[in-house]
Design a protein around this ligand. Structure first.
Ligand code: NAI
Ligand code: MG
Length: 519
């Protein structure tokens, strides 16, 4: 398997220069055996993935990968720097210009993406375990991520041969048509909350439309993207088409967003970093930018909602993936007639979910992904208490080893509280009361963000009126965090630019060319 994927200890081309620059460093192997908490052992690639080979970084620097549920080291992986990004971009540019992918019949790309999906699916349990180990998420959610990533690759593979243009009727002296062409080398920067799923949302449409890719994983979760890279050659994706450079935002991320040869950058992460990347694109080569950023999404319950079903949606809305979800329903608004009933039922349900060991099949909420994220969440919890919010349940760390936080509900909050305004990105929800639809639409929309919103009601007209008036890229009615590969996802306002999934994702990765012929 590794042989097919092209792992070797030292690529010939780099051998002399790397050997010279690392003489004083101990050399990390390009793959390491890892024993998962479930007892299974697998081989984890640790190199950068360039030209369908795992290679050491030029400076042979490495960084530590932490298991957030034990705080112990899992392994080290190679850390890319600017010179590695340059090598990856050159490989991607060469592959793009060769036409082996960009000008191949779309069915070549369709077949390769389907094969990649098949190979990941056949190894789904290992991939899910790696995701859970690295990110800390519950294995049941990691399995769901892998299934969604596989489904998305297949969905976008199906679009590969359906990208088309149109003939425009003007006058009898002209023949005018449009076509959609791949953009070129695409840079992609992904976060740590859904490492594999975000890899699929980025890589899928870029490759389906014929681009070549240099992708940076998040520094706290580099493992799953490297692991699935071993399937790339076997899937039939040519060398240089998909390259992965592990590393840090300020180095690799910066090198990607300022690179003169990268024609488009796609990013998922914080609004602050998204803003920075947009500016970097403006100051370098005006590369096209798509951003999927933060949120503070309202989840709204009307008096006529089915409370039992709604409470299940609330749990998924805020505690799924340990609350590390950009579209988490973190601001809960309950109509006054059922406020007390919902509060009581939600408290009981929140206290019943299993929090802890991500590898326990029954666990719903695993660990937060990093010490930094744990600290951030706990500082918001402290702030909420200081601001005078009432703790209904939780409000503290769980245990003292591993980054676990008790599911936390704050009630009776005011709209100007920091915990109501700012994204916490953890298992913390705020609740307040409302009277009328007009009032709740104003409150819900009073946010710099506009990623998602939830509505719970049995009235069709309430559902339609509220969803029409909410400023959000996605509105879920009587469901929440409910994704589908054909359904576009992205933000209004400061939650982002562009859409992922659906046919909309293809627009991000193609240039429209108009051809006008005089006849
Ligand atoms: P971040 O936005 O800084 O990191 C996300 C990705 O951007 C990572 O791959 C990181 O290495 C990269 N990055 C960081 N600085 C960069 C730069 N200057 N240029 C290019 N790339 C750069 O987010 P971070 O610090 O990991 O988390 C902070 C907060 O961001 C979280 O607490 C959460 O509120 C939010 N966040 C939102 C996500 C979402 O899905 N919308 C995902 C991750 C974080
Ligand atoms: Mg980790």
């Amino acid at each position: 398997m590794f042989k097919q994927a092209g792992i070797r200890r030292m690529p010939v081309a780099l051998k002399s220069s790397v050997a010279a620059s690392v003489r004083n460093h101990s050399h990390l192997p390009l793959a390491t055996k890892i024993t998962l908490p479930n007892g299974k052992t697998y081989e984890q690639p640790t190199g950068l993935f360039i030209n369908n080979e795992f290679v050491p970084s030029r400076q042979s620097k490495t960084f530590e990968v932490i298991n957030p549920s034990t705080e112990e080291e899992v392994c080290h992986v190679y850390e890319g720097r600017e010179d590695d990004v340059n090598i990856a971009v050159d490989a991607a540019e060469k592959a793009f210009k060769s036409g082996v992918w960009s000008r191949a019949h779309p069915q070549v790309r369709m077949r390769a993406l389907n094969k990649l999906a098949d190979l990941i699916e056949a190894d789904a349990e290992t991939v899910a375990s790696i995701e859970s180990l690295d990110n800390g998420k519950a294995i049941q959610h990691a399995r769901g991520d892998v299934a969604l990533a596989v489904a998305y690759l297949r969905s976008v593979a199906g679009w590969a041969d359906k990208v088309d243009g149109r003939v425009i009727e003007t006058d009898s002296e002209h023949f005018t048509y449009t076509k959609r062409e791949p953009i070129g080398v695409v840079g992609q920067i992904i976060p740590w909350n859904f490492p594999l799923l975000m890899w699929s949302w980025k890589v899928g449409p870029a490759l389906a439309t014929g681009n070549t890719v240099v992708l940076k994983t998040a520094e706290s979760t580099p493992l799953s993207a490297l692991y699935v890279s071993k399937f790339v050659a076997e899937a039939g994706i040519p060398p240089g088409v998909l390259n992965i450079v592990s590393g840090f935002g300020k180095i690799v991320g910066e090198a990607i967003s300022t690179h003169m040869k990268i024609k488009k950058v796609a990013f998922t992460g914080s609004t602050a970093t998204g803003r920075h990347i947009l500016a970097a694109a403006a100051h370098s080569n005006l590369k096209k930018v798509t951003l999927e950023l933060g949120g503070k999404s309202p989840n709204i319950i009307f008096d006529d909602a089915n409370v039992e079903q709604t409470v299940q949606n609330l749990l998924v809305g805020i505690f799924y993936n340990s609350g590390e979800v950009c579209c988490a329903g973190s601001r809960l608004y309950v109509q006054e007639g059922i406020y007390d009933e919902v509060l009581e039922a939600f408290k009981t349900a929140a206290e019943a979910i299993k929090v802890g060991d991500p590898f326990d099949d029954a666990t719903f909420q695993g660990a937060q992904t990093s010490q930094q994220q744990l600290d951030k969440i706990l500082s918001y919890v402290k702030k909420g208490k200081e601001e005078g919010a009432r703790v209904i349940t939780g409000g503290e760390r769980l245990g003292n080893k591993g980054y676990f936080v008790k599911p936390t509900i704050f009630a009776d909050v005011k709209e100007d509280f920091t915990i109501v305004k700012e994204e916490i990105f953890g298992p913390v929800i705020t609740i307040s009361k409302f009277k009328t639809l007009d009032e709740i639409v104003d409150k819900a929309n009073d946010s710099e963000y506009g990623l998602a919103a939830g509505i719970h009601t049995t009235s069709l007209s309430t559902a339609i009126e509220a969803s029409n008036r909410l400023e959000a890229g996605t509105v879920w009615v009587n469901t929440y965090n409910d994704f589908d590969p054909q359904t576009p996802f992205g933000g209004f306002k400061q939650s982002g630019i562009g859409r992922e999934m659906g046919t909309e994702a293809l627009d991000n990765y193609t240039n429209v060319k108009a051809v006008r012929m005089r006849i």
